[in-house]
Design a protein around this ligand. Sequence first.
Ligand code: PFF
Length: 452
Amino acid sequence: MSQKQEMLKEREGFASRIGFIFAAAGSAIGLGNIWRFPWLVGAYGGAAFLAMYLIIVALVGITMFMGEVALGRYAQRSNVGAFKKVNKSFSWLGSIGLIAGFMILSFYSVVGGWVIYYCFRAVIGFNMTDPTLTEQLFVGFISNPLSPLFFHALFMALTIWICYNGVKDGIEKYSNIMMPALFVIILILAVRSLMLPNAIEGIKFYLVPDISKFSAEAALAALGQVFFSLSLGMGSILTYGSYLSKKENIPNVSLIVPLMDTTIAFIAGIVIFPAVFSYGFEPSSGAGLTFVTLPAVFSEMPLGQLFGAAFFFLLFLAALTSAISLLEPLIAYMIEEHGWSREKAALIIGGIIFIVGCFASLSMGPLSGFKIGGLVFFDQLDWVSNNLLLPIGGMLTALFISWIWGTKNVLNEVTNEGILDFGLGKFWANVMLKFIAPALVFIVFLTGLNIF
Ligand code: PFF
């Protein structure tokens, strides 16, 4: 197939609204919800973080999500091209997102590799009711110089392979089954976790805010997590929006997907925190929280081996659908703007990301002494992309959509040229997108960096 035909084929886009919802939910729901969210809640003081997270989702997340979908669908282009179509001198804005996506995928695929390893490990059965053992297992695995690299390679190879083939249908088809399955399993785990002794302590930590824990630094982390979890600020949702049919209801899908994503993250917290407190873990123990507490829970529960294996397998699929959406905008950019073939773009860009990811993986073990600004390379990639690039890119995108493209145009797109009745439309465009969301991002961003 020629490149042009392939691009036209892609532009046919999603067959149905459900197709878009599942693909966008596949992008949004991933390691961010189950691994990163509870880790940050634990590190930044529990319920206070949750409260800030929910406020930011409501004020910034949903607003931005709708803006990105609208811009993508209007432009019928992916990241850089969409900005260019509205105003030629703003294509650089799309590049910020591309850099963020590149950095995120470099460490995301390392964690994706951990998940694959845990799938196998869960099939054998963890049999570790003593949580210090699950901790040793996790730390021992990620600091090993070779095995995490092998699984990182496997995860990245799968991501590249799917993007290489451009097979969105396949992944979409089984996301339609896997996403609901993940939801059911995580609900079962939540019930199980709530039945553990001392579960109530975890619930208090998670749901009753401690005022002293509100901090600018935590708000910045919550802001970054909202962008990360909703796949905003780097063109994934914009690119998927460009595949959405002109007949679809943008406000409707822009509410459903963030709600689904937030629900899964919220339930992940209900799974993790009662277990953390029940087993006497430190909630602030960081990136390993999920990988340490859940195996202990699985070891305790009836049919734990089965649930464990199913859980990590579904988490792997959720991670894979997100990883594809991280690589796709980079590939689409190379195809659209530089005339590369899909195959070449997938292999070369994916290959470079794999190499950078190797250093991220090694920074958990042999290279852990090598720190930049007090953080190992893995954490540095995470911090710079999520706390700097996504918020800056996201804020500028909101300003671009509302001030440069203009609220009249964006409203026109969102209401399908005035056909749809979107009661809050004017408020959304003229107040939320134009002022509130960018101002909030700006304030949180500056205070979080200790600039004020
Ligand atoms: N939203 C994904 C998650 O929560 O795991 C990660 C992600 C995907 C971030 C795509 C950014 C993105 F563009």
